[in-house]
Design a protein around this ligand. Structure first.
Ligand SMILES: Cc1cc2nc3c(=O)[nH]c(=O)nc-3n(C[C@H](O)[C@H](O)[C@H](O)COP(=O)(O)OP(=O)(O)OC[C@H]3O[C@@H](n4cnc5c(N)ncnc54)[C@H](O)[C@@H]3O)c2cc1C
Length: 375
């Protein structure tokens, strides 16, 4: 029998689950379809940095979107805690972007200047100030301190969201959506291997696998970008702040571990191996950034497949050529950060409300926007 819903959300990562939860809160009947278990993929693998100021290299709509989402986070995790009993462990520890060369100092000063001009908090610390705050960090040329960038525990966030969607939506795990077809002006038929559903609106939030579900007219190309991470447990001295340098980062978690990330491999496709090269790179980064962590205990390593795309920005909203078909894809390195604002955008998109100007830069049929993403 074909079941009918107001909205079908495809993909139970942080983007699909937050969107489904918010849509259900509007009173809609929402079905969430997940191929594996909810939260099984990139969302629970993430380092969990909320790096709104860290991740962006120039002002513009993407920076605004990142700041907006970060500003929603405390209320988001508080609401999840109240609703589900699971604390996603938001850690307001700030980020130190460390300079080990004079060139890095200049680049960090440029970032600090435009961010302060835009009203954000940022300060450049001398190497002595860094060492006073973080005695185990290697000798350096100072650091850009971003006190309002924070981090959460990504596996706990996905656990909380899994409970929230189970209580508010119909959730079916272990089913792969194989096709989304327009049935009539009234809606879509969504097919899995064993069942069909109909819905007035569909949200494709299938992470690195989304391309297969998008119409050929979709303007971007979604592809996996493999990332490898590991976790260590310091024996004694640890870090207070997240420390970032040249794509490597050390993120202290409230459970006492430090997450070390991350590699970025665009050529690995859907490969899930943890490799010697990657572990060696990550451990060398620990030694380079905080050599006194070399006696830390190695806890585990893992991979995640980021939803990368031909454009560094996500694609969010309704496809103009397919009324009722909405996307939330291509969040790449920032899907955890951007989940709360993406969910708000999806609700307004499904309800047909006009969007503020800075959101419009992320509509699928947008003109090409300048990158603005930190490389
Ligand atoms: C190493 C690494 C570090 C990261 N660090 C950070 C960070 O510090 N901060 C940050 O903000 N972001 C970070 N990210 C990025 C973040 O994890 C992603 O942007 C985010 O998780 C994307 O969420 P998603 O819901 O789009 O994708 P996913 O979590 O991958 O979820 C997509 C879901 O769709 C399901 N699915 C796919 N196809 C189908 C189908 N046909 N039918 C049904 N279900 C389907 C999948 O099984 C999956 O569960 C990191 C990612 C990685 C890999």
């Amino acid at each position: 029998m074909t079941e009918s819903f107001d909205v079908v959300v495809i993909g139970g990562g942080v983007i699909g689950m937050t969107g489904a939860w918010r849509l259900a809160q509007t009173g809609r009947r929402v079905l969430l379809l997940e191929r594996d278990r909810t939260g099984a993929e990139a969302s629970s693998a993430a380092a969990g940095m909320l790096g709104a100021q860290l991740e962006v290299s120039e002002p513009g709509p993407f920076y605004q979107l990142c700041l907006e989402s970060r500003s929603l986070y405390q209320a988001f995790v508080d609401e999840l805690l109240e609703y589900t009993g699971v604390d996603a462990q938001l850690n307001h520890n700030g980020i130190y972007q460390i300079a080990f060369t004079q060139d890095e100092v200049h680049a960090l000063h440029r970032r600090m200047e435009w961010q302060i001009r835009g009203g954000a908090r940022a300060e450049f610390l001398s190497s002595t100030e860094v060492t006073n705050e973080e005695p185990i960090v290697a000798e350096n040329y100072g650091a850009l301190h971003l006190p309002d960038d924070s981090n959460i525990n990504a596996p706990l966030l996905t656990r909380a969201l899994s409970i929230a969607v189970t209580q508010t939506c119909t959730v079916v795990e272990g089913v792969e959506v194989t096709a989304v077809q327009r049935q009539s002006a009234a809606g879509y038929v969504i097919s899995t291997q064993s069942q069909t559903y109909v819905a007035g609106a569909v949200v494709v939030a299938a992470g690195a696998w989304a391309q297969r579900l998008l119409p050929s007219s979709f303007p971007g190309k979604i592809q996996p970008v493999k990332g490898q991470l590991l976790a260590i447990r310091p024996r004694q001295a640890t870090l207070k702040h997240t420390i970032f340098n040249d794509h490597a980062y050390l993120v202290p978690k409230r459970d006492g571990t430090i997450v070390v990330g991350a590699t970025e491999d665009r050529g690995a496709g859907y490969n899930r191996d943890v490799t010697v090269d990657a572990i060696q790179y990550l451990l060398a980064s620990v030694k380079r950034i905080a050599p006194r962590l070399c006696d830390a205990v190695f806890e585990r390593s893992w991979i995640g497949l980021r939803p990368g795309s031909s454009d560094p920005h996500p694609w969010i909203g309704q496809l103009a050529a397919s009324p009722g078909l909405h996307v939330a894809v291509g969040h790449f390195r920032n899907g955890i950060l951007l989940a709360p604002v993406t969910a708000n955008m999806l609700v307004d998109s499904v309800e047909g409300r006009p969007w503020p100007t800075h959101w419009q830069a992320f509509q699928p049929e947008r003109p090409s926007v300048e990158s603005g993403v930190t490389r």
